[in-house]
Design a protein around this ligand. Structure first.
Ligand SMILES: NC(=O)c1ccc[n+]([C@@H]2O[C@H](COP(=O)([O-])OP(=O)(O)OC[C@H]3O[C@@H](n4cnc5c(N)ncnc54)[C@H](OP(=O)(O)O)[C@@H]3O)[C@@H](O)[C@H]2O)c1
Length: 260
């Protein structure tokens, strides 16, 4: 039995679609990754866990991993490709570096899947694009954005065919800036769209005014401000799934309804 955490999220939802016999961690039944004592029922009979860590720090991760290790033998952890450039650029990269260490020291047979920036982050522009043709937000360095369905497809291969002690990095096929992504999205929507970079202080103030928690705002602005450009493009999706990583245009074509 495979337990899928984050099963309603961008990646976990796709993992569940591709592995319908897996068990989703059901938050409605009280299961909470921050409260290890709530996990025994979900872990009963489980051999392998797909772990999405939805918090901003690694606090509590050791206790959760201990609870998992009392039942399961193997773990596949969804990390970030930003760890590749060193853990100290921003809080989210730090979080994933700390989780990778905790997973490696958990006693479980582990595989780490480092994912590049999700194409689905562009869904955050939907509100602005329903109101106009300009996306405003903090600039962030170009990376090879990846379709969450490809992350999930790779995760499924690793869940079914273990690669113990391996760290895999999954990226999309091409390095794109924010402006590139907005232009490609415009082509999919048959509209001329542009990106306007907002100064970081202004973006921070706007996010706080929108009611986002301060720690989340600092994490988002920190990664936008400090992560370096990444020219890393891997062939991991092709090698593990047999299909090339989907382009951002393919992701956009599949998601046009979200912008209407
Ligand atoms: N976005 C990116 O560009 C990017 C890149 C690399 C790595 N990552 C990492 O990917 C992970 C997020 O993956 P995602 O986007 O697929 O997820 P997501 O869409 O953000 O969804 C979060 C998931 O976690 C669940 N969750 C939230 N709080 C929980 C709790 N206390 N106990 C158990 N489950 C809880 C949510 O369940 P409910 O629906 O019940 O709330 C939901 O299924 C994060 O670790 C992020 O840092 C993201």
């Amino acid at each position: 039995m495979i337990l899928v955490t984050g099963a309603t999220g961008n990646v976990g939802r796709e993992v569940m679609t591709q592995l319908p016999d897996a068990r989703p961690l059901d938050r409605r039944s009280g299961a909470d990754l921050a409260k290890p004592e709530t996990l025994a029922g979900s872990l009963d009979g489980v051999d392998t866990v797909f772990l999405v860590w939805p918090f901003l720090t690694a606090d509590g991760a050791d206790a959760t991993l201990d609870a998992i290790a009392q039942h399961a033998r193997r773990i596949v952890y969804l990390s970030s490709s930003a760890v590749h450039f060193g853990p100290d650029t921003d809080p989210i990269t730090r979080l994933h570096a700390d989780l990778e260490t905790a997973v490696q020291e958990s006693g479980l047979e582990w595989t780490i899947l480092r994912a590049d920036t999700f194409a689905s982050n562009a869904l955050g522009w939907a509100g602005q694009l329903r109101a106009g043709d300009v996306v405003r937000g903090p600039e962030s360095a170009p990376t090879a954005v990846i379709d969450p369905a490809d992350i999930a497809a790779t995760a499924v291969r690793v869940l079914l065919e273990p690669r113990p002690g391996t760290t895999l990095t999954v990226t999309g096929p091409e390095v794109l800036s924010r402006a590139d992504q907005v232009a490609i999205l415009g082509a999919a929507l048959e509209r001329e769209l542009t990106f306007e970079a907002t100064p970081f202080d202004q973006a921070r103030a706007q996010l706080l005014a929108d009611g986002r928690p301060a720690a989340l705002v600092e994490a988002l602005i920190g990664s936008a401000e400090r992560r370096p450009r990444s020219d890393l493009v891997t062939s991991t999706v092709q090698e593990l799934t047999g299909s090339p990583a989907r382009s951002f245009r393919e992701w956009a074509d599949g998601n046009v309804d979200a912008y209407k």
